[in-house]
Design a protein around this ligand. Structure first.
Ligand code: M6R
Length: 368
């Protein structure tokens, strides 16, 4: 059942193009992006004036990506919160607030309690879930299923990618319902999403190169990850994967924060993974990251750079370059995450750890 793989996780990494295609399938109907279940009137969606995304772990990182897309497409303020924090604050919610609960299992206790808390205050709840009929979708006003298929590996890979994709669909569904985008614009964005499974297949081709790098990094004491804009949540996700699987100290940072503290950590030989935005996107983002790489390389870091193919500007500063296909700026996490998943799994394998069942962790966390 592992499809010739030593671990389920490696199989699940390879299944990502298909998982992504399944998440998108059937969601563009008559010029609109639609949800799977909607127990709310369209008018309720039009009245929404604020969005909270609540989730834990990798699902939270997918929510951070959603913030960039939903704000851009829907012109709605979006806050992304760890479910465990949201629950015990006093968030300001009412019937015009949409709380998007993202959960692979649909049973995560913190996320479930967060939506109960939200509903008590009349907020509307939309679940993004991978498990049909789980508790979180049952207690929600609307549901978008990720359709990634069952995930056995404790570390989320294909379910994470499907969450990112489903969150884009939430953004487009809101834009459709609220009329902030015309049907032809929604169609164009959806077509760009539909091209992503192919791009993910291409990036899976970097696995042998990443495996080789992983053997080299297995003895490192720590690894840092830097990203900006949608690359920031990718950096956080890369670091979480490495902690979970390889039990290494790993931290993700917003690249702009470097000089506010983390640069003090840089020392000779420290591996730093940098997620570069497309050079064809916002030039300022790209040039800012380029100067970050220069700074850390000048201080002796070993730079591992994930960059768009043909981005030759990074070459002089990359000790190790991993090339990913050119995709629209907002969608880049769907490809840039893949080498980081492979890196963590392969470092864990090189260290002889159980990739599918990392120590101390459960697949579904049903206690707060
Ligand atoms: O089932 P959920 O999506 O609610 O799970 C949330 C987290 O527990 C989960 O993403 C966890 O962080 C994974 N082990 C990450 O690989």
């Amino acid at each position: 059942e592992k499809g010739g793989h030593e671990y389920f996780m490696l199989k699940e990494i390879e299944e990502q193009p298909e998982a992504l295609a399944n998440t998108l399938r059937g969601h563009f109907v008559d010029g609109r992006v639609v949800l799977d279940e909607q127990r709310l009137a369209d008018q309720d969606l039009r009245d929404i004036d604020k969005v909270f995304v609540v989730a834990c772990g990798s699902a939270y990182h997918s929510g951070l990506v959603a913030k960039y897309a939903i704000e851009h497409w829907c012109r709605l303020p979006v806050e992304v919160e760890l479910a465990s924090e949201f629950r015990y604050r006093d968030p300001v919610l009412d019937r015009d607030t949409l709380v998007v609960a993202v959960s692979q299992s649909g049973e995560t206790a913190d996320t479930l309690e967060a939506i109960r808390h939200a509903r008590e205050q009349k907020a509307r709840v939309l679940a993004v879930c991978n498990t049909n009929g789980a508790q979180i979708p049952r207690e929600s006003d609307a549901v978008l299923y990720t359709h990634a298929g069952p995930e056995i590996g404790v570390a989320s890979t294909k379910a994470f990618l499907a969450q990112v994709a489903a969150n884009y669909l939430v953004g487009l569904a809101l834009a459709s319902a609220r009329g902030t985008k015309y049907p032809d614009e929604v169609a164009r964005e959806f077509a760009e999403l539909e091209a992503m499974p192919q791009a993910v297949s291409t990036v899976l081709g970097t696995a042998p190169q990443v495996r080789e790098l992983a053997r080299d990094l297995a003895t490192a004491k720590a690894v840092l990850f830097l990203g900006r804009h949608v690359g920031y949540p990718v950096a956080l996700e890369g670091a979480l994967k490495l902690k979970e699987l390889a039990y290494m100290h790993a931290e993700g940072f917003a690249a702009g924060e470097l000089k506010h503290g983390p640069i003090a950590l840089i020392e000779e030989g420290l591996p730093v993974v940098v997620v570069m935005p497309s050079p064809k996107g916002r030039a300022v983002l790209h040039s800012k990251l380029l100067s970050n790489i220069r700074e850390i390389q000048a201080r002796g870091a070993r730079t591992i750079v994930i960059a768009e193919e043909g981005d030759d500007t990074v070459r002089p500063f990359a000790d190790h370059l991993i090339e990913i296909p050119a995709v629209p700026t907002l969608l880049q996490p769907l490809v840039s995450t893949i080498p980081l998943q492979v890196l963590a799994a392969e470092i864990a394998r090189a260290k002889g750890y159980d990739v599918d069942k990392p120590r101390n962790l459960a697949k579904s966390v049903t206690v707060e």
